[in-house]
Design a binder for this molecule. Structure first.
Ligand SMILES: C[S@@+](CC[C@H](N)C(=O)[O-])C[C@H]1O[C@@H](n2cnc3c(N)ncnc32)[C@H](O)[C@@H]1O
Length: 258
């Protein structure tokens, strides 16, 4: 459902979302859609506005201009409201009605009149768009997609990307650094006992989740940057990988045409 153009955001938005949600309630729901269905925050390291503003500044630096932007998995709009003033047109997409409700409030509070929200997932979003973009971005979202879904996303995104456009995937979980962060290696408090406990819990969770064929924790899957690069190349793109400034165990994938 596109909550845009004819409806813009605001008033009718909440009603439209709930109608769409009711309509879709019978379709099989994936584990992450279920997980996010009632969430209202994007899980940033801090929810303080000062921190979100810093994070958004880093992301705007890597987005590096453009006039139109699609924020896939925009969540509660915590970054989107910082992107909006820098673009002529911004669209936020998410499959979580509660997240979009929060995003809608934020957008209203900040008077981001150039912003439209769409309730959709990585498969359904493309049919709901009526224009292409200079930037297609996602922050902290791709850990909820498999490699195959990422491949399909990049292929679809390439059809909605303007000439000179970029796909910028922020905060991908780095499989080399994430386990080290999980056991507390980057923490200020490096007590030996805590380190051992976390290592033990980490190993136990990894074994039990792989036996149940489920992701290890709510942070989803980690993705090897080299594999993401191969996927980008296969779809006719170059990719550069940069370290996330605020999350030691995450990286950004900046994807652009060869
Ligand atoms: C960790 S939150 C990040 C939100 C936002 N990007 C931010 O940085 O504040 C991840 C968001 O991605 C959304 N999401 C995850 N997988 C998705 C999918 N396949 N389609 C649409 N949204 C998805 C979730 O609903 C959630 O709002």
């Amino acid at each position: 459902m596109s909550v845009g153009h004819e409806n813009k955001i605001y008033g009718v938005y909440e009603k439209k979302v709930s109608e769409e949600y009711e309509k879709n309630i019978s379709k099989p729901i994936n584990v992450w859609e279920e997980f996010f269905a009632d969430k209202r925050r994007g899980g940033h390291r801090s929810s303080a506005e000062e921190f979100l503003a810093m994070e958004a500044r880093e992301k705007l630096f890597h987005l590096d201009g453009g006039k139109t932007l699609l924020d896939f998995g925009c969540g509660a709009g915590e970054l989107l409201v910082y992107y909006a003033p820098e673009y002529e047109k911004t669209i936020g997409v998410d499959f979580s009605p509660s997240m979009l409700e929060e995003a809608s409030k934020r957008i209203r509070e900040r008077n981001c009149e150039n912003t439209t929200l769409i309730l959709a997932d990585d498969k359904t979003v493309w049919d709901k768009l009526d224009s292409s973009f200079d930037r297609i971005t996602a922050a902290g979202v791709f850990q909820y997609l498999t490699y195959q879904e990422i491949d399909e996303f990049i292929l679809n995104a390439s059809k909605y990307l303007n000439e000179g456009g970029k796909i910028v995937l922020f905060d991908m979980l780095d499989p080399r650094l994430y386990p080290l962060w999980k056991i507390g290696l980057f923490s200020q408090d490096k007590s030996c006992w805590k380190f051992l406990c976390k290592t033990f819990c980490g190993v136990r969770n990894t074994i039990s989740s792989s036996l149940k064929n489920r992701p290890r924790d709510i942070l989803g899957y980690s993705h090897n940057p080299n594999t993401i690069k191969k996927i980008a190349n296969k779809n006719g793109f170059e990719m550069i990988c940069v370290q996330s400034m605020y999350y030691e165990y995450k990286y950004h994938a900046i994807i652009f045409r060869k």
